[in-house]
Design a protein around this ligand. Structure first.
Ligand code: UT7
Length: 332
């Protein structure tokens, strides 16, 4: 019997309708379109405003439904729903459990996976392992974040970067050797103070003080995170190429986390890739944290061909980072 691999067989996505442009941010904080564009590559981002009181699950459900519709998936056959997110609806109840129920995946169990901007990348490893082991046949991985719920719109160093969005990928068994080939995943907890949200967890529960001191918003020491991101994301991508004897010609696409265009360019340079092999949509969505990788897959799906070699790379809070080598499994 041929070896079982785990392939992506369908993708879906959703971004909210409201577009927040750099010009709008100019009216909120001391910044300007030119600075944001040259330092990050971002022109606009989407913000969830269309329905009051909706959290990350709203985005995740829409992305999953898009995948189900496009892929013609029988939802009752889904075994596992994983929601990769840094902004779950609530802290105790699993967002994935709610998503699974809402999309009608009545035979699935669901749970959340939290690794900041590397959540989807790490989730790919988990989803693929479930499939490769023969334990489950259909694993739905959703990357979704409502970053606007934790962004401080008085802090010009963070509010210009983030946006809301969601993307989804279905993992299924493959016997042609397609799908996830190899992975290089890392974390270093020493980095957790550089990119964090201090309050609201078990270490610093909510008090009047924490609210007054704006401790429920994301804080980032941008310059330090930038340095770690550039070196670690590029190293991880280069490592996965070396481990698998991939030359720059063998790589069809780099699928990089969309945090800053300069980090993406540095990673592509290190891999020796031309810019036309680099997936990029940071200009219109900004950094959607757990949603960047599946949003890229959905945006570029029509250009992907069976057998294409994709190298995923991400870096995020924690610190967490890594790279995955995957062979694309279908033509749309
Ligand atoms: O996704 C997970 C991981 N996150 C990342 O990978 C993000 C990594 N970090 C970054 O992308 C960048 O560090 C930022 C985009 C956040 C900031 O860019 P930077 O080039 O590192 O800027 P900086 O923090 O070094 O600040 C340079 C200058 C400072 O002014 P002075 O001290 O040189 O006078 C800042 O005060 O730019 C100023 N500045 C701004 N100016 C206009 C900072 N934010 C802004 C702003 N508009 N929004």
């Amino acid at each position: 019997m041929s070896k079982l691999t785990a392939a992506i067989t369908a993708v879906g996505s959703y971004v909210p309708k409201f577009v927040m442009t750099n010009k709008m941010l100019e009216t909120m904080v001391d910044t300007n379109d030119e600075w944001i564009t040259t330092r990050t590559g971002i022109k606009e981002r989407r913000i969830l405003k269309e329905e009051e009181g909706k959290g990350t699950s709203y985005l995740a459900i829409k992305a999953a439904q898009d995948l189900i519709k496009k892929g013609g998936v029988n939802v009752e056959e889904i075994d596992v729903v994983i929601v990769a997110t840094a902004t779950p609806d609530t802290l105790v109840a699993s967002t994935a459990a709610f998503v699974a129920s809402k999309i009608g995946a009545t035979n699935a169990f669901g749970y959340d996976l939290l690794a900041a901007c590397s959540s989807f990348l790490f989730g790919m490893s988990t989803a693929a392992s479930f499939v490769q082991s023969g334990r489950f046949k259909k694993v739905l991985l959703v990357g979704a974040d409502k970053m606007s719920s934790i962004v401080d719109y008085t802090d010009r160093t963070t509010c210009i970067i983030f946006g809301d969005g969601a993307g989804a990928a279905l993992f299924e068994p493959n016997t042609e050797g397609l799908g996830l080939q190899d992975e290089y995943l890392r974390s270093d907890g020493q980095g957790r103070d550089f990119l964090s949200m201090d309050a609201g967890g078990s270490m610093m529960p909510a008090t009047e003080e924490t609210v007054k001191n704006r401790k429920h918003f994301i804080y980032q020491e941008g310059r330090s995170v930038f340095k770690f991101a550039v070196s670690n994301m590029a190293d991880a991508a280069a490592t996965i190429m070396e481990k698998n004897s991939l030359s720059h010609e063998d790589v069809t696409w780099l699928v990089p986390h969309q945090a800053n265009k300069r980090i993406i360019d540095a990673t592509a340079n290190r891999m020796g890739l031309d810019h036309n092999k680099v997936m990029m949509n940071i200009r219109k969505y900004g950094n959607t944290t757990s949603a960047t990788l599946p949003l890229l897959l959905a945006d570029y799906e029509s250009q992907l061909k069976k057998g294409d070699n994709l190298v995923f790379a991400a870096f995020g809070g924690g610190f967490t980072w890594g790279s995955i080598y995957l062979k694309w499994a279908y033509n749309r």
